[in-house]
Write a protein that binds this ligand. Structure first.
Ligand SMILES: Cc1ncc(COP(=O)(O)O)c(C=O)c1O
Length: 983
C-alpha cells in the first residue's frame, strides 16, 4: 500500500490526530492589526482542523475570513492551494473563488511565530457572500446539477496543474480511504455500525482497487461539498452554487473522486435518495467526460467517502469533545452512509452509466432447453399491465383503485379466453402496483415475470446446474452463467445437481408463479423496484421470457415525447413543467404516468366529475354507435340539454346557444350584446382571461397570457381596474372604491359618445386564484351599464357549475342576474362543449346578423355528454362535496399561513382556491420563482399543481369536484413538507 510512501507534505497516517489550533478571537484581531492593518472583529467559525474567523469591521461589513492553518501543513502545501485558487479564478471567470488577500508586505501567506508551538501560517481569504448549501434543506435537481457542473469546472481547470505542495497524504483522499477507515474504526462505539462500516468500506475499496490503474489522477480540491460551495441566490431564492472556498485539502488524487465527494454531500439533505445525484453526474460529465472506469468507480468512492466521514467524525469527537460542529454533523453523515449503502453498488453503477449513456447491452441468456416443454408460442398470452393497457376496468367507486389483485383477475380472464399460459412483461412499469397517494417514487417495475397456467404445468431445468435453495413454494437453480429463481411453485427437484430438462417445479392453475433470472454473482433483486433505479436493477437481471420460448420484448425506454412534440406542435401552445411526466391515464382526481406513477391532480377544473368517468364514457360510446350530426336536424338530445341548462338559470335567462369551447361561448356572448345594443364598445376587467378568439382575446388583458395585453387593445375595448382586494390599488375597507372608479369610467365613456354594448367579467376573479369580487361590485356596475343601455355578460367558464360549493354560479355570490352567461369546461367534463344562455329578446336580436350555426356545437354526442354531466353532478352530490372538502381544504391551507411566511393568503371558496405566495408579508412582493419551484417539488411528491395570476405566484387549486378529504389532506401535507424542507 502507498501508505509507507514518504511525502514532502502532510501525512495523515503518521499524524492521525489533528485538533484545530487553539487561537482566541482576541489573538485573531491582533493578527489582523499587525499583519493586515485592519482593526476588525473576529468571530470563530466551525472547522474540523484549521481555525477560521469571520472578520467584520465596525459597520458589520465582512472583510474576509482569517484562516490559521493547522500547523501540520507546511508553506509549500499552502502555496499550492493559493496557486490553485488563482488558476481556477482565471479559467472560470463566472465562478467566485476564495483567493487569499495580500498582507501589509504583499504576501498571500503570513508566517507568524509565537502564536502556536510552531510557525503559524495565516491567510486572509476573500469572503464570498451568499452562504453555503449546508443549511439548505432540500436540494433541487437543478441545484444538484449546478454542483456537478461546478465540480466539473474545477476539475477541468486543475487538470494540468502540478506543484510540490500536492504531495501529501490526507485523510480525505479516497486513495487512502480504506486505510483511514481501518485506522479509525475503533472510535465508532456501536459494534453493529462498526461492522457495517467496515464491510461497506472493504467492498468499495476492492472495487476501486481493481479499477485504480485506469483512473486518471490530477490536482483536486477534495472537498467541494455542500459546505464548501457558496451560492448565489436569485431574487426568488433559487440557489446557484458558483463559489469555491477552502482549498485546504487540495491534493493529487483520482479525478473522479472530486465528483464522488461532491455528490456524497447531496445525500444528507432531506428528500434525497440515491437517484438524486444523477443530475450532478450528468452535469459533471458534460463538462469533464467520465470514462467507463471512472463511472464504475464513482459509487464505490461515494460509499467509501461516507464511511471515512463517519470514522473521522468519531475520531474528532474523541479528540475534541467540545467541538459542537463535529457532533452536529454526525447524524447527517450517518444518513449519507445509509443512503449510499441502500442500493447494491452494481445496481447504482449501472444507473450512473445509464444516465450518461455508458450502459453496455446486457449479455443474452443464450440457447437453453425450454422451461415448459412442448409449449407453443401462440398458447401464451402476454398481459399488459402498463398505464396504457386496455385490460383495466377501474370502476369509479372511491377506493376502487387498480391493485395487484387485479393482475390475477386479468390473468384469469385471459385464461377464460383460451390462453394456456399468461405471462407479464419484464421491466414494464405496472400501474396495478402504483399507490394513489405516494410521496416517493413507488416500486412498480418488475425485475422478473409473473406467470399463470390454465392447466397444471411442469417446469424443467433450462440448463444443467445445481439446485441451491428449495422451500415449500420456491426453488433456485444455478447454472454456469445464470441463476433462475421460481416462487409460488411446487418444487419437485431436490437440492443438488440437476441435468438440463429434469423436472424443477410445478405451476398450479389459479396460483401466480414468479420467475426471475440473474447472472451468477449479481445481487438478488426485489420483485419490484422504483422507476428511477430500474435501469440499474434491470441491468443486473434478465428477461426470463426466452426460457419459455418467447422472444424477449426488451425494456421499453421512455421516448423523448417532448422533442417529438416540439418538432410538429406549435411551441406557442405551452406545456406544464420543464420535464413533464408522460400522462396517459386518469381516474377520479388522479393522473397516471407511463412510469407507473400516480399523481394527485389539483389543477384540472375542466374535469369536474373526475377523469375517465364511466358514465361519460358509456354515454359517448352509446351515442357514437347511434348518431352524431348537427343541430339543424331534429333530435331529442339538443332539446333536453337546452331545457336542462335553462332550468339552471334564473329568469329571464331561458334561451340557449350551444358551442364547443369557452372562447366560442364568450365570443358569442359579446356578439349577442353588440347585436342587441347595436354598439361595439365593450368594458372588460383588467388582468382577466376570456379566450383566444378575436373578440375574447381583445377583452383579455392578463399579462400572464399575453405580456403586451394592455398595450395592444383594439379601440373598442375599455378596461377597468382589476378589483384585487389582496394586492390591488384598494384593500380592506377601501375595496368599494373599485366600483366607484369603474362607474365613473363608464359614465365618462357614455359622456364621450362610446356607451358600451356590454360589461364582461368573470363573476369570481379567476386570474387572482378564485378571489371573490368586492361585495356589491357587480350590482353597481351592472346597474350603470344597464341604465346606459348596455348588457351584463358573465363569464362562468371556470367558476360556474358548482365548483364554488355554496353557489352553482359565481354571479349568485354577487346577488346579481346577468343578461348573458357563457359557460364551458365543466359543461362537457373535458369533452369540448360550451353554451351561452340569455333572454329570448337578446337571442332574437341576433337574427339581424344572419343565422347562427356551429357544425358540432349541440351535436347529439355533445348534448348526450352534457346531460350526463348534469346527471352525475346531481347523483354524486358534487356541489355539496365541493362545499365540504373545499371548506376543509381552505381551513388547512390557511393554517399553513401561520407557519410559513411565504403563504400570503388563501383565496377562494369551495374547490376554487388560490394559495398566494409572497416574499414579504408587508410589501406583498410576489414570489413567482418560488411558486414555480414549489410546483416542481410538489410534482416530485406526487402532486400536480400549477401557478396562476399575473404574477404567477398563486397555486391554482381547483381539483375535480370528486376529490375527498384524504386527498385534500395529502395536498396540504405535501405543501407543508415542501415549505418546511425547501424547494
Ligand atoms: C374565464 C375563462 N373564460 C374563457 C376561457 C376560454 O375557454 P376555452 O379554453 O374553452 O376556449 C377560459 C379558459 O381558460 C377561462 O378561464
Amino acid at each position: 500500500m502507498t501508505v509507507q510512501r514518504r511525502t514532502a507534505g502532510f501525512n495523515f497516517l503518521e499524524e492521525p490526530e489533528l485538533p484545530a489550533p487553539q487561537v482566541s478571537g482576541a489573538q485573531a484581531e491582533d493578527i489582523l492589526v499587525a499583519h493586515f492593518g485592519i482593526r476588525a472583529h473576529a468571530k470563530s467559525l466551525g472547522s474540523q482542523q484549521d481555525k477560521n474567523f469571520l472578520v467584520r469591521d465596525d459597520a458589520d461589513q465582512v472583510l474576509g475570513v482569517l484562516k490559521i492553518a493547522n500547523p501540520a501543513f507546511n508553506a509549500t502545501e499552502l502555496g499550492a492551494q493559493d496557486e490553485a485558487a488563482d488558476i481556477i479564478a482565471a479559467a472560470e471567470p463566472a465562478l467566485r473563488i476564495a483567493v487569499p488577500l495580500p498582507n501589509l508586505n504583499g504576501e498571500k501567506c503570513t508566517a507568524i511565530t509565537g502564536l502556536l508551538d510552531t510557525t503559524a501560517y495565516v491567510r486572509l481569504l476573500r469572503f464570498l457572500p451568499g452562504g453555503t448549501l449546508l443549511q439548505s434543506g432540500y436540494l433541487s435537481p437543478a441545484t444538484v446539477a449546478a454542483m456537478g457542473d461546478l465540480a466539473g469546472r474545477v476539475s477541468r481547470a486543475l487538470a494540468s496543474f502540478s506543484h510540490p505542495g500536492l504531495d501529501r497524504i490526507l485523510q480525505w483522499d479516497l486513495a487512502y480511504g480504506h486505510d483511514v477507515v481501518t485506522a479509525l474504526i475503533a472510535h465508532v462505539g456501536d459494534p453493529s455500525r462498526r461492522n457495517r462500516l467496515e464491510a461497506a468500506a472493504h467492498d468499495a475499496w476492492s472495487r476501486i482497487a481493481r479499477l485504480a490503474d485506469r483512473l486518471p489522477r490530477q490536482a483536486i480540491h477534495l472537498d467541494l461539498t455542500d459546505a464548501n460551495v457558496v451560492v448565489s441566490r436569485s431574487a426568488g431564492g433559487a440557489l446557484r452554487p458558483d463559489g469555491v472556498i477552502d482549498f485546504g485539502d487540495l491534493t493529487d488524487s483520482w479525478a473522479v473522486s472530486e465528483l464522488a465527494i461532491t455528490l456524497s454531500s447531496v445525500l444528507q439533505h432531506p428528500g434525497t435518495d440515491p437517484a438524486s445525484i444523477l443530475p450532478g453526474v450528468r452535469a459533471f460529465h458534460a463538462i469533464r467526460p467520465l470514462s467507463d472506469a471512472e463511472a464504475e468507480a464513482l459509487w464505490p468512492m461515494l460509499v467509501l467517502r461516507t464511511a471515512v466521514l463517519i470514522v473521522s467524525g468519531a475520531q474528532q469527537a474523541a479528540i475534541d469533545p467540545d467541538n459542537d460542529y463535529i457532533t452536529e454533523q454526525s447524524d447527517g453523515e450517518w444518513r449519507m452512509f445509509e443512503q449510499a449503502t441502500s442500493v447494491p453498488v452494481d445496481v447504482m453503477t449501472a444507473v450512473i452509466k445509464d444516465s450518461i449513456g455508458l450502459a453496455a447491452p446486457a449479455a443474452d441468456v443464450g440457447s437453453v432447453s425450454a422451461l415448459v416443454p412442448g409449449l407453443a408460442a401462440d398458447e401464451v398470452v402476454t398481459l399488459d399491465l402498463s398505464t396504457t393497457s386496455d385490460v383495466f376496468d377501474t370502476g369509479f367507486v372511491p377506493g376502487g383503485w387498480l391493485s395487484p389483485d387485479l393482475e390475477d383477475e386479468c390473468a384469469r380472464a385471459a385464461i377464460q379466453d383460451g390462453a394456456v399460459l399468461v405471462v407479464t412483461r419484464f421491466g414494464q412499469p405496472r400501474l396495478t402496483q402504483a399507490p394513489p397517494l405516494a410521496q416517493h417514487c413507488p416500486a412498480v417495475v418488475p425485475t422478473g415475470v409473473s406467470l399463470w397456467a390454465a392447466e397444471p404445468v411442469g417446469l424443467v431445468a433450462p440448463w444443467g446446474g445445481k439446485v441451491i435453495a428449495r422451500s415449500h413454494d420456491a426453488i433456485a437453480l444455478r447454472g454456469n452463467d445464470f441463476e433462475l429463481t421460481l416462487t409460488g411453485v411446487d418444487p419437485t427437484a431436490d437440492p443438488g445437481a440437476l441435468r438440463p430438462g429434469a423436472g424443477l417445479a410445478g405451476v398450479t392453475p389459479g396460483r401466480r408463479a414468479e420467475l426471475s433470472l440473474r447472472p451468477v454473482g449479481a445481487p438478488p433483486a426485489p420483485p419490484l423496484v422504483a422507476a428511477d433505479l430500474a435501469p440499474g436493477w434491470l441491468a443486473v437481471t434478465r428477461d426470463p421470457r426466452p426460457l419459455l420460448g418467447l422472444p424477449s420484448l426488451g425494456v421499453e425506454r421512455a421516448e423523448d415525447l417532448m422533442a417529438r412534440r416540439d418538432r410538429t406542435f406549435a411551441p406557442v401552445q405551452e406545456h406544464y413543467y420543464r420535464r413533464p411526466p408522460q400522462i396517459e391515464r386518469g381516474w377520479r382526481h388522479f393522473l397516471m404516468s407511463t412510469a407507473g406513477r400516480c399523481y394527485l391532480d389539483m389543477v384540472n377544473n375542466v374535469t369536474v366529475l373526475g377523469h375517465a368517468h364511466p358514465r361519460i364514457a358509456d354515454t359517448a360510446a352509446r351515442q357514437l354507435r347511434k348518431l352524431n350530426t348537427n343541430s339543424r336536424f331534429n333530435y331529442a338530445a339538443v332539446v333536453e340539454f337546452s331545457e336542462r341548462l335553462a332550468a339552471l338559470l334564473p329568469e329571464p335567462l331561458d334561451t340557449v346557444f350551444l358551442v364547443n369551447s369557452g372562447s366560442e361561448a364568450s365570443d358569442l356572448a359579446l356578439r349577442l350584446a353588440m347585436a342587441a345594443t347595436n354598439r361595439r364598445d365593450v368594458v372588460a376587467m383588467r388582468e382577466a382571461y376570456h379566450g383566444w378568439t378575436y373578440a375574447t382575446d381583445a377583452v383579455s388583458t392578463s399579462t400572464a397570457d399575453n405580456p403586451n395585453a394592455l398595450a395592444t387593445r383594439p379601440d373598442w375595448v375599455h378596461t377597468v381596474e382589476s378589483p384585487n382586494s389582496f394586492r390591488g390599488k384598494y384593500r380592506g375597507a377601501d375595496v368599494g372604491s373599485y366600483a366607484d372608479d369603474a362607474v365613473r369610467q363608464i359614465d365618462e365613456l357614455v359622456a364621450g359618445g362610446r356607451a358600451p354594448a356590454a360589461f364582461i367579467c368573470e363573476t369570481v376573479y379567476g386570474n387572482a386564484g378564485g378571489m371573490a369580487l368586492p361585495d356589491g361590485y357587480l350590482e353597481r356596475i351592472y346597474a350603470v351599464v344597464r341604465s346606459n343601455g348596455g348588457l351584463a355578460v358573465a363569464d362562468e367558464v371556470q367558476v360556474g357549475y358548482g365548483r364554488l360549493g355554496e353557489w352553482f354560479w359565481g354571479f349568485e355570490q354577487q346577488h346579481v342576474v346577468p343578461d348573458i352567461v357563457s359557460m364551458a369546461k365543466s359543461t362537457g367534463n373535458g369533452y369540448p362543449l360550451g353554451a351561452v344562455i340569455t333572454s329570448r329578446t337578446i337571442a332574437d336580436a341576433f337574427s339581424s346578423q344572419g343565422y347562427f350555426f356551429s357544425s358540432t356545437g349541440g351535436s347529439p354526442l355533445s348534448c348526450a355528454i352534457g346531460i350526463t354531466v348534469l346527471d352525475v353532478l346531481r347523483d354524486e352530490g358534487l356541489q355539496a362535496n365541493a362545499a365540504r372538502v373545499g371548506a376543509h381544504l381552505k381551513a388547512r391551507l390557511e393554517a399553513l399561513r401561520d407557519k410559513h411566511p411565504i403563504v400570503g393568503t388563501v383565496h377562494g371558496k369551495g374547490l376554487y382556491l388560490g394559495v398566494e405566495m409572497v416574499r414579504d408579508a408587508t410589501t406583498l412582493e410576489p414570489a413567482p420563482d418560488e411558486t414555480s419551484a414549489i410546483c416542481d417539488r410538489m410534482l416530485e411528491l406526487g402532486v400536480i399543481i400549477q401557478p396562476t395570476g399575473d404574477h404567477q405566484n398563486i397555486l391554482k387549486t381547483k381539483p375535480p369536484l370528486c376529490i375527498d378529504v384524504e386527498a385534500a389532506d395529502y395536498y396540504v401535507d405535501a405543501l407543508d413538507r415542501v415549505l418546511t424542507e425547501g424547494w
